[in-house]
Structure formats: structure tokens, C-alpha cells
Design a protein around this ligand. Structure first.
Ligand SMILES: [Zn+2]
Length: 303
């Protein structure tokens, strides 16, 4: 089986685990997406007001299949323990970004969707925005925890008036994924693709961050002298991904390319000290990547 097929299967399996988690009476013990409290945290970037929106907590087992595939669960567990975290699981936050530029209301990524415990729409309400006010949804990549929220539980579009932007390479890939067929059908009339590197809104530029999926991008947002980069799934765990960027991540479609992208991008961000938004780092997922010997660590904090 090809690597991308294996990874797609893992994703399907994780969502199967998620479904089991939902039917479990002991949700606090379960893996998969856990419902959390709605939250919208405001910070300033130049003249922009930016919200980090909380969608869910996603708990994955430390079974050597996702983090540190080449290093093994024992090494992963040791690193978690050294950071005072449980060594049998990794908890990832699922977060999205929201900001206004002129009359545009722009959302980056859409979370898991209410079908699987995603609370993004409630967090959007905390920010004072209703789904039909959203004009642009920018997608980093087409995994379920980033595009699932484009559909409501009733199968209708969550953001009916929004144009959905993703890279042409990502849209091509998504259209070929059997488990995305229903969502592709729902959104295809609303998708407008781009080539990374050219601004798609004033100060907003998609940047190719290759390896995680065939068309994975981050987004750079510039206002005045300030800049922020939404790194998408370049990194998943604020502890593991930064301490061991060379470890194989089970969700990366092209692992070698993803490792190289992590190395060059982390080095650049540690040097420029650019503000970073990482959708899966602990909420609100805003902070800086700092060099730490041969690797990196996360310093949370919004301006
Ligand atoms: Zn993700």
C-alpha cells in the first residue's frame, strides 16, 4: 500500500476512534475529539484585530503510529514525561484564526465540524460573528480537522456566502480522496484555487509548506510592521514537533519533504522571531518558535 494510502487509512481510523469516543460514557478517558468550551481570544497584529477560535481538543494515543513513527512510542513517552505530560497520549488543540480586512471577514481553517464535536461556530459567536458573515475561508489543507467544519451536521454549508480558498494542488488531491467525496460535492461550486506566493487578500499571502499533504500551505498575514504566520500542520505538538522535527509524523503524506520543510521553516522563524499561529498547539496557539540547541521550543504568548 502506498504511503499516502496508509496515511489516509490512519486518518479514517482516527475518525472511527472519534465516533467510538462520542458513544463512550467515559468521554474523559477516550481518544478522539473531545468537546471543549467555546473560546475566542483577541490579539492585535498591526492595525488588525485577530481572534484565535477554539474548536476542540483531539487526543491521540502514543502508540508509535502517529508521533515518532521511526523513534518508537518509548522514546516519545520519555520526551512527554520530561515535559511533565502523560506519556500514553498526546493532546492536540484544534484552533482556527479569524480577522477582518476592510469588509472581508476571513477565517483560516474550519475545524472538525459539529458532527465530530467541533465547537468552532460557538467560538465564532463569542467573537461576535455569525457564519453567514464570513466572506473567505482559507484552507491550509484538506484533512478532516481543517475542512470538516465547512459542512454542518445537516449536510449544508456552514459558511454559505464564503468563497473557499485552497491551493490548486490541494484541491486536486482532495478531489481524489474517496473519504472526501461528499464534502467535495458540497463545496465544489464555492472553491477558488490559488498558486502559493501571491497575495489573496491585502497583506495575506499563502506560502507553500510542502510535505504534509500535496498542496499544504501556511498563510502569512502582514499589517503595518507586524507579521504572523499560520503554519497549518507543519507542526502538531508544541513539545514533540519542535524538539524532534526530524521524527516521522504519521499524518505527513511525504515524510522526507515534510521533515525538510520543518527544518528550514523552524530555522527561519526562530531567526526572524515572527509571530506564529499553530492550529494544533495549546489554545490559543499563538507564540514564537525559539532555537534550543540543535532543535526548538515553543514560547506561547500573544502581543
Ligand atoms: Zn491538523
Amino acid at each position: 500500500m502506498s504511503r499516502s494510502k496508509t496515511n489516509a487509512l490512519r486518518l479514517v481510523m482516527l475518525f472511527a476512534i472519534a465516533a467510538t469516543a462520542l458513544s463512550s460514557a467515559r468521554a474523559d478517558d477516550a481518544f478522539g475529539p473531545q468537546a471543549t468550551t467555546a473560546a475566542a481570544q483577541l490579539f492585535k497584529l498591526g492595525s488588525l484585530k485577530v481572534f484565535s477560535l477554539h474548536d476542540a481538543q483531539f487526543v491521540v494515543p502514543n502508540d508509535g503510529k502517529l508521533f515518532g513513527v521511526d523513534a518508537g512510542a518509548a522514546a516519545v513517552g520519555q520526551l512527554l514525561k520530561a515535559n511533565k505530560l502523560p506519556d500514553d497520549r498526546v493532546t492536540l488543540s484544534v484552533n482556527a484564526l479569524l480577522f477582518r480586512i476592510g469588509d472581508r471577514v476571513i477565517l483560516i481553517d474550519s475545524g472538525l465540524g459539529s458532527k465530530v464535536n467541533g465547537g468552532l461556530v460557538a467560538s465564532l459567536a463569542e467573537a461576535g460573528v455569525s457564519p453567514d458573515e464570513v466572506t473567505d475561508v482559507l484552507i491550509t489543507h484538506s484533512h478532516g480537522d481543517h475542512v470538516g467544519g465547512l459542512a454542518q451536521a445537516n449536510g449544508k454549508l456552514t459558511f454559505p456566502k464564503a468563497v473557499i480558498r485552497m491551493s490548486a494542488a490541494e484541491w486536486n488531491w482532495m478531489k481524489g480522496q474517496a473519504n472526501s467525496a461528499d464534502l467535495v460535492k458540497l463545496i465544489e461550486g464555492h472553491v477558488r484555487t490559488f498558486a502559493p506566493g501571491t497575495p489573496i487578500a491585502p497583506g495575506v499571502t499563502p506560502l507553500a509548506l510542502d510535505g504534509h499533504t500535496p498542496g499544504h500551505v501556511g498563510y502569512e498575514i502582514a499589517s503595518g510592521n507586524e507579521r504572523l504566520i499560520d503554519i497549518g500542520d507543519l507542526a502538531h505538538s508544541s513539545v514533540l514537533s519542535l524538539a524532534k522535527p526530524q521524527w516521522t509524523m504519521g499524518f505527513d503524506v511525504d515524510s522526507a519533504v515534510a521533515k525538510a520543510t520543518r527544518n528550514t521553516t523552524f530555522a527561519r522563524l526562530a531567526k526572524t522571531h515572527e509571530l506564529v499561529f499553530a492550529p494544533h498547539f495549546p489554545y490559543p496557539g499563538v507564540g514564537h518558535i525559539v532555537a534550543d540547541g540543535a532543535a526548538y521550543h515553543w514560547v506561547p504568548g500573544a502581543p
